[in-house]
Design a protein around this ligand. Structure first.
Ligand code: HPA
Length: 260
């Protein structure tokens, strides 16, 4: 049994939510919280960048038991695309069935502005990395059709609609970072069918599918991507604009959990 499974004791969350840049305040909405710092969980990476906490909060959201992970490690911090593998393996071992991933992202569509929330329908991996490289065994040939579970997507759309919030939908492009994209790269993402761009989520989706978890994912749009209407994104802007959208994201997530 993993340390996480042991620490959860009688609590039996079936859903885990990973919070993206500046969305950490969503963890404060969890009722009756049991807080476990990542440092106390073997293999959990302690985030090194600002805007990310490093704690797991187990408690009630939307009246249902959930595990909320405030903070993630990104492959750009170490070069290790599988940096979240121990976390996702521990969640699976602790009985988690559904993983909800959230992130901050830049928009590739001028009509999808800062403050918008986008449901990820599919992704494009432009990083050249894959968290399963070097792993052996047939289970690593993971099908990625419907990686973002259609039934969970329907539930997320219903949750947003119940909260009278508009949910955009689209394709998330993974760019390794930590530098932002060039305007030419952004034009390429637009041409190949991207809707938003960011530096996370895709490796976690691949790992989660590898472990048989169902995945849903939401992006908070913090900016127009580089070059669109003269945009020049920054980490400061990501943190500031992400925090502004955290309330709406929290409402959608609570409804989504309530409907489980
Ligand atoms: N590019 C990549 N990652 C991001 C962006 C962006 O424009 N905004 C927030 N995260």
């Amino acid at each position: 049994m993993s340390e996480l499974a042991r620490r959860l004791q009688s609590r039996k969350p079936k859903t885990a939510i990973i919070l993206g840049s500046s969305l950490g305040s969503i963890a404060d909405a969890v009722k009756d919280p049991l807080v476990i710092p990542y440092g106390e969980l073997p293999g959990f990476p302690v985030p090194k960048i600002s805007g990310h906490a490093g704690k797991l909060v187990v408690g009630k959201l939307g009246g249902k038991e959930v595990a909320v992970l405030a903070g993630r490690a990104h492959p750009y911090e170490s070069g290790n695309a599988a940096v979240m593998r121990p976390v996702i393996a521990a969640l699976k071992d602790a009985g988690i069935e559904t993983l909800v991933l959230t992130n901050a992202a830049g928009s590739l569509k001028p009509e999808m502005q800062s403050g918008a929330i986008m449901l990820i329908t599919d992704h494009i991996n432009y990083s050249g990395m894959n968290p399963l490289i070097g792993q052996h065994g047939d289970e690593n040939f993971v099908p990625m059709t419907d990686a973002y579970d259609p039934a969970l997507r329907d539930r997320m759309l219903r949750a947003a609609s119940d909260e009278e919030l508009h949910l955009h939908q689209g394709v998330y492009c993974w760019y390794s970072g930590p530098s932002f994209e060039t305007p030419a790269e952004i034009r390429m993402f637009q041409i190949v069918g991207g809707t938003a761009v960011g530096m996370s989520t895709v490796p976690e989706t691949i790992l989660a599918r590898r472990y048989g978890l169902r995945v849903a994912a939401l992006s908070v749009i913090t900016n127009l991507a580089a070059g669109i209407e003269g945009a020049s994104p920054s980490h400061e802007e990501t943190k500031r604009e992400g925090a502004k959208a955290a309330d709406n994201m929290s409402r959608i997530l609570a409804r989504f959990c309530a409907d489980a």
